[in-house]
Write a protein that binds this ligand. Structure first.
Ligand code: ADP
Length: 774
């Protein structure tokens, strides 16, 4: 039990990239443990000092023999040190030490410096007799010298570097607890060798292989504690993991694809047709090069889920890359490796995640890319999406080209307006409109409800949601183009029912229906109380009496709270000066009220409700047209004058002031609203309209007709005024929706006003033009 007494001189190290500390100690002498006094919290023992320098010189050893040994040792030591690079300060110092130190101390010092195993070091420590120590150390010295000679011979060109490595290494060996460090080092060394093997056997491109081999060479020479060590290693590991040549086999079969698409999605015929065409062309051409598909439509209409189905039909991996709010181009293209914490971009990361080089990548929300000081991510995407360029996509982190040509990119967006034109140019836009109520009911019953039941561990024997209830949720609890809110509401219902089912046969507490304010208590009431009107029709005799739990309107109200949307249309139109317009937003179509009022003033027009420039211009156009046609329609201001703005101010308001509105399509609505204000007549309560106007009173076509018509249909309106030239857009609308609505196709404002007011809007016989003052 021999140890070394030492003084700790310095502790250096850090916890990053992994805890790694170096303890610098100065060895004093050997000691022997006589008796262990205690072990915890740290060992304390009675020891006996073994080395005494003076003892060496005047000891009883045969001086002759020792002198010879020490002389021999000294010669070897000098030979070794002189083989090292003297320009390294540590080596020069060592050379001086050889002369200055007593010879007896040299074996200990040199053993700690030269390359020896731990076992050998321990043997030297255990050798208390000096003679023995010299004898054991000399072969080690000779071995080291031979090794160095060999090294110099074989790698002459690299001479300098090797010397330095040898020179650096000894210093690191003077450590306490060096056993674990050595093991770790060896382990790491093994890892590096493994890594090198992996690099050589991987199927990376020639260019990448060259870079990797260069990096691994650097890695081998780098001390582990250098932060760059971890960086380089991570880089190499990523390079090995990337699917350079690994791909899944496509199984493209159009008939099967049609079945998968139809099974996963109800309705959306146009989109499915286009996707099948796309896939059919790919099948015939046998590759997937071609335009990038971009699905554009309101949220929750199934854009992402169609992307997933495409991956399924092709048998490819699917990966979604959310681009909303990305404003740094290194998000796409990666950071250069010189930065601390640099990492590859999302494309390369995605490839690493899926592990094959031909996945389906869904670039979600490309319209929400932002620009910032860190560059324009849309510009970085250009390279990714261009089939001509993306076979050599270079991520800044990788710094070598990666072939993206096998990846199938699909993009989604809510609107094309904010997609940079250059990016839009590379994509084929497919519009995905919102759903009608009927379609939503079908989607709910075919897809959403079964999915929610499964998510909540329920079975159709436990819960029943009739179609009437679904319609109630759609009309009174949601107002959206897609089905996402509907899905959430169905989820809420399932949760409430799950509580009831889990509670099992707990029948004691039965709250009075009158007291029930919110929550699912009423359903309990309905089900457990077996109220005849709630479950009598559906109660299956073979099941416990309360199953299945029927969700009727009462239950709906208790679970989801009072209805959020009411049919407020007729109420709002009970005064002159209000009309309903149709607006298009990225979230789908919407109905929009336009309100006007007049007051004494100086002919000023006030507009409120966050309007854009185009909308303001429409308002001015509308007033000008009305003023110029005031006599014709017998429109007067409060004092009976045909000059509508004489002593009168007009205020136009577009409610929902928090939302910015712009676009020309409100023109006809503003005219109708003002005509109602000045004539004192009410606009029909079931009419909605859209269309751009000109100063001459013509009605010009506008966009988004399908979404707008669906919004009007959702809101329960019956008559819709659209520009004549938009007639072709009506074909896209489902037949049953068209049947429930009557369309007025207008070419001029006369026709609009005639259709908007009950009994038409009379034109006076004597036509006299009134010139505009504006
Ligand atoms: P988006 O990407 O358009 O915002 P998602 O694809 O995320 O919308 O769709 C939201 C949810 O609605 C998904 O769970 C999806 O399955 C469902 N869904 C949407 N449209 C349909 C449809 N036509 N048939 C079946 N499920 C649909």
């Amino acid at each position: 039990r021999i140890g070394t007494a030492a003084l700790a001189v310095q502790v250096v190290g850090s916890n990053w990239p992994k805890p790694h500390y170096t303890l610098l100690v100065t060895g004093l002498c050997r000691f022997q443990i006589l008796q262990l006094l205690k072990e915890k919290p740290y060992p304390v023992a009675e020891v006996q000092q073994l080395d005494r320098l003076e003892q060496f010189t005047n000891g009883h050893k045969s001086e002759e023999e020792l002198g010879e040994l020490s002389e021999q040792f000294y010669k070897y030591a000098v030979q070794l040190v002189e083989m090292l690079d003297m320009s390294v300060p540590a080596v020069a110092k060592l050379r001086r030490l050889l002369d200055n130190l007593p010879r007896e101390a040299l074996p200990d010092i040199l053993t700690s410096i030269i390359r020896t195993t731990n076992q050998e070091k321990l043997q030297i420590l255990d050798a208390v007799r000096l003679e023995e120590r010299f004898k054991m150390t000399i072969p080690l010295l000779v071995r080291q010298i031979e090794g160095l000679k060999l090294l110099q011979k074989t790698r002459k060109s690299k001479q300098d570097d090797d010397k330095r490595v040898v020179a650096i290494r000894p210093n690191r060996r003077i450590t306490h607890g060096s056993i674990t460090e050595d093991e770790e080092e060896e382990e790491d060394h093994d890892d590096v060798v493994m890594l090198e093997k992996k690099i050589r056997t991987s199927s990376m491109s020639e260019q990448a292989l060259k870079v990797c081999l260069k990096e691994i060479k650097r890695l081998k020479k780098m001390p582990q504690s250098m932060p760059e060590y971890a960086l380089t290693r991570n880089y190499l590991e990523l390079m090995v993991e990337l699917p350079w040549n690994k791909s899944t086999k496509d199984r493209l079969e159009i008939r099967a694809a049609r079945i998968v698409l139809d099974n996963d999605h109800y309705a959306m015929e146009k989109l499915k047709k286009r996707v099948l065409e796309y896939l059919a062309v790919r099948q015939l051409k046998n590759n997937l090069k071609g335009p990038i598909l971009c699905f554009v439509g309101p949220p929750g209409v199934g854009k992402t889920s169609v992307g997933r189905s495409i991956a399924k039909t092709l048998g490819r991996e699917f990966h979604r890359i959310a681009l909303g709010g990305v404003c740094d181009q290194s998000d796409i293209r990666g950071h250069r490796r010189t930065y601390v914490g640099s990492m590859p971009g999302r494309i390369i990361n995605g490839l690493k995640t899926v592990g094959v080089n031909n996945p389906v990548f869904l670039l979600d929300e490309v319209d929400k890319l932002a620009k910032s000081l860190q560059g324009d991510p849309a510009a970085a995407l250009l390279e990714v999406l261009d089939p001509e360029q993306n076979h050599s996509f270079t991520d800044h982190y990788l710094n070598v080209a990666f072939d993206l040509s096998q990846v199938l990119f699909i993009a989604t967006a809510n609107t094309t307006a904010t997609i940079p034109p250059a990016l839009l140019d590379r994509m084929e836009v497919i519009q995905v409109p919102g759903y009608t109520q009927e379609e939503k009911i079908e989607i709910a019953h075919r897809h959403l409800i079964p999915k929610q039941l499964e998510l909540h561990g329920l079975t159709p024997q436990q819960i029943q949601i009739p179609q009437g209830t679904t319609l109630g949720i759609i009309t009174r609890y949601t107002r959206e183009a897609g089905v996402r809110a509907l899905d959430r509401k169905l989820g809420a219902i399932c949760r409430a029912v799950a509580v009831k089912v889990a509670e099992g046969q707990h029948k004691e507490a039965k709250p009075d229906r009158a007291e029930v304010g919110e929550g699912e208590d009423c359903k309990e009431h309905i089900t457990e109380d077996a109220k005849p009107e709630s479950i009598s029709d559906t109660a299956d005799l073979s099941l416990p009496p309360e199953m299945p739990i029927l969700i009727d309107f009462h239950a709906l109200k208790d679970i989801l709270g009072p209805p959020m949307y009411d049919m407020e249309v007729s109420e709002r139109l009970s005064q002159p000066g209000v009309a309903i317009g149709l607006a298009w937003t990225p979230l789908g179509g919407e109905i929009m009220f336009v309100e006007a009022s007049r007051m004494d003033g100086e002919g000023q027009l006030t507009l409120t409700g966050q309007l854009g420039d185009v909308m303001k211009e429409s308002a001015h156009l509308a007033i000008s047209w009305l003023r110029s046609n005031a006599k014709r329609y017998r429109l007067t201001n409060a004092s009976g004058s045909f000059d509508l703005l004489d002593n009168t101010d007009i205020h136009l308001h577009f409610p929902a002031g928090a939302v910015t509105k712009d676009g020309p399509s409100a023109g006809v609505t503003i005219v109708t609203c003002l005509a109602s204000l000045f004539s004192g007549r009410l606009v029909c309560s079931d009419v909605a309209m859209t269309g751009e106007i000109t100063l001459r009173g013509l009605v010009l076509p506008v966009g988004g007709i399908k979404d707008k018509v669906l919004a009007a249909h959702r809101a329960g309106l019956k008559r819709i005024i659209i520009p004549q030239r938009n007639e072709k857009d009506l074909e896209e609308i489902a037949a049953h929706v068209r049947q429930e609505l009557s369309f007025v196709l207008a070419t001029c404002l006369d026709e609009v006003l005639n259709a908007a007011f009950d009994g038409g809007f009379a034109v006076s016989a004597g036509l006299e033009r009134f010139n505009s003052k504006l």
